[in-house]
Design a binder for this molecule. Structure first.
Ligand code: NAD
Length: 310
């Protein structure tokens, strides 16, 4: 059972996650809206936030597993298709005042670009990027009115680097989520809302289990150690406990490896210095080139065996 953090009360209502030794505020005062929280990473985050005392609202397409997970965490369930704008509006409205928004729902569906019809790959963009932006926009003003809030976006290592990916639309969307989050860093000062992003590698979830079930033994042997949804939830808690990290991106690459913050760089620096491996903040090169691994070239729903190898 994780330890509960204490949170200071700095704004009119709260300043989510500003750790303090006094004026403690329990997280139980907050509602957390977790998209895609019925299963996988979202369920792991929902469990952790509930254990921290939050009221968790799960917005998910799966109206069989969603209510089960919601009941398990003592929260509530909203049947929501995040790829549908009206549903996103309805979920945010129905959740009530949201203190913590976790934009987690996402994944790949085959066929992928360029075989996919535009409507198909646009849906992947809708789910993995536009829903993140829309839900964020919808909670911002209410969060500000209540004194602040926190947004955690779940992107992917697929959104980092310059390697190819089996689903360009997924990789583009996740890259968009990374940049979107970083661009929102100033909201901490203007709206008391901090946005953060986690880029997981391979996590043990229903989606990745489906993918791995289609792999050959050799492919499986080449995979990095998987992480658990609880590992990603722990990374989310790091962000919730420290508002000096607003706008930062955390890389959770593989089991057994500590998560790390990505350096803050811009395109000018990259051009001038030759790459992220020269970034000032002492981070490592993000993605070993050509490695068929936790960039989850295969870590998502719909992957066929052999996708994205090499
Ligand atoms: N599992 C991994 O290895 C991995 C790695 C990197 C990033 N991610 C990202 O983490 C997030 C969660 O992935 P996961 O592996 O837990 O996936 P999962 O498929 O196991 O679970 C995803 C949950 O989201 C829900 N969902 C899917 N489409 C939805 C929609 N249109 N509207 C509402 N809910 C929807 C599903 O019903 C399910 O409950 C995704 O954004 C994924 O891209 C996963």
């Amino acid at each position: 059972m994780p330890n509960a953090h204490s949170y200071s009360r700095l704004g009119p209502e709260w300043n989510v996650g500003a750790r303090a030794d006094n004026a403690a505020m329990e997280l139980s005062r907050l509602t957390a809206l977790v998209t895609g929280g019925a299963a996988g990473i979202g369920a792991g985050i929902a469990e952790r936030l509930a254990a921290e005392g939050m009221h968790v609202v799960i917005a998910d397409l799966d109206d069989r597993q969603g209510p089960i997970t919601a009941e398990r965490v003592g929260g509530s369930f909203l049947r929501t298709d995040l790829a549908n704008r009206a549903d996103v509006h309805a979920a945010v409205d129905a959740a009530g005042p949201v203190g913590v928004l976790v934009n987690n729902a996402g994944g790949i569906e085959e066929p992928c670009f360029p075989a996919a019809d535009p409507a198909k790959w646009e849906q992947t963009l809708d789910l993995n990027l536009r829903a993140v932006m829309l839900a964020t926009q919808l909670v911002l003003a209410p969060m500000r009115e209540r004194g602040g809030g926190a947004i955690i976006n779940i992107a992917s290592t697929a959104g980092l680097g310059t390697a190819s990916h089996v689903s360009p639309e997924y990789a583009v969307a996740k890259a968009g989520v990374v940049r979107f989050t970083a661009c929102l860093a100033p909201l901490r000062d203007t709206m008391a809302v901090r946005a953060n992003c986690i880029c997981p590698g391979l996590v043990d979830t229903p989606a990745s289990r489906r993918s791995r079930s289609r792999m050959t033994p050799a492919e499986l042997a080449g995979l990095p150690p998987v992480m658990s949804p609880a590992d990603i939830a722990a990374a989310a808690m790091e962000f919730l406990a420290d508002d000096t990290l607003a706008g930062r991106i955390m890389l959770c690459r593989q089991g057994g490896e500590p998560p790390r913050l990505l350096p803050v760089t811009d395109g000018q620096e990259l051009a001038g210095q030759g790459g992220l491996d020269h970034a000032a903040e002492g981070d490592q090169p993000l993605l070993p080139a050509g490695r068929p691994d936790e960039l989850e070239r295969g870590g998502q729903a719909g992957r066929t065996a052999g996708d994205g190898q090499g």
